[in-house]
Ligand binder design. Structure first.
Ligand code: CA
Length: 225
C-alpha cells in the first residue's frame, strides 16, 4: 500500500513541483492550499507524513503543528516543515512544537524526497522492534530492562523513559521541553532543570557509555555513538 503524504502549501507552483517528485518516488500525495481544508481532510484520514508550509493564508503552520501533536489520533504523524525563513529560531520552535524535520526554501525537490524517506524510515522501527541497541547499550522495550556492556543496570522509570526517547532517534537533538512532554505530557509542572538532573543520574549509571549522551548547549540532549 502506498504511503500517504499530505502537503499543505499555498503556492500552486511549489505544490505541483513537490507532488510530481513525491508521486514519482511512490507516494500518494494529497495537497491543500490552506490549513482549514487540511483540517477537514484530517477528520477522515490521517496521512503517514505531512509536509507543512509555515506561512499559510489562514492558519499559522506552527499552530497546525501544535494541533497535530496535541490530538491523540494524529500525534504520531511525521511532520516536515517548509520554511522560507532561514532563522534558527523558527526551526527550533518548529522542532519544539513537534516537527520531525525541516527544509528551508528554496530547496531541491530531490532533497525533500530524501528527507521524507528518512523521516518515514526513522519513524518505522521504533514501533516494530522490541529492543533498541545503541553501541553497547541494549534497551528492552517489553521488559523495561537496560543493559550496558552486557551488564544489567537499574534505572528509575523516569531515567528509562528519557533513555528510551533519546535512543528512539539516534543523533536527534531533543529539547528539554520535548523530554518533559515525553515524561509527563500535559501534567508537567516542573522546571526545565529537572531534565538535567535525570540526565546526570542516567549518565552515572551508564558507566563507560555515559559520553554517548551529549548536551547541545541551549537546546537539549541527544544520544550518539
Ligand atoms: Ca506559503
Amino acid at each position: 500500500m502506498k504511503k500517504i503524504i499530505a502537503l499543505v502549501e499555498d503556492e500552486p507552483d511549489i505544490v505541483e513541483l513537490i507532488s510530481i517528485h513525491l508521486e514519482k518516488a511512490g507516494y500518494e500525495v494529497k495537497s491543500f492550499l490552506d490549513g482549514k481544508s487540511f483540517y477537514r481532510f484530517l477528520e477522515k484520514k490521517v496521512p503517514d507524513l505531512l509536509v507543512l508550509d509555515l506561512m499559510l493564508p489562514d492558519i499559522d503552520g506552527l499552530e497546525i503543528c501544535k494541533h497535530i501533536r496535541k490530538n491523540d489520533a494524529t500525534a504520531s504523524m511525521s511532520i516536515i516543515m517548509l520554511t522560507a525563513k532561514s532563522e534558527e529560531m523558527d526551526k527550533i520552535l518548529g522542532l519544539e512544537l513537534g516537527a520531525d524535520d525541516y527544509v528551508t526554501k528554496p530547496f531541491s525537490p530531490k532533497e525533500l524526497v530524501a528527507r521524507v524517506k528518512a523521516v518515514l524510515r526513522r519513524h518505522a522501527p521504533v514501533k516494530e522492534s522490541k529492543k533498541l541497541e545503541i553501541h553497547d547499550i541494549v534497551i528492552d522495550l517489553e521488559k523495561y530492562g537496560v543493559s550496558q556492556g552486557g551488564k544489567q543496570i537499574d534505572l528509575t522509570p523516569t531515567e528509562f523513559k528519557i533513555l528510551e526517547l533519546l535512543a528512539s532517534k539516534k543523533g536527534w537533538v531533543f529539547t528539554r521541553e520535548q523530554i518533559l512532554d515525553h515524561l509527563w505530557g500535559d501534567e508537567k509542572a516542573v522546571i526545565d532543570r529537572t531534565v538535567d538532573v535525570h540526565i546526570r543520574h542516567l549518565r552515572e549509571k551508564l558507566g563507560t557509555s555515559a559520553k554517548m549522551i551529549k548536551n547541545i548547549r541551549g537546546v537539549g540532549y541527544k544520544l550518539e555513538e
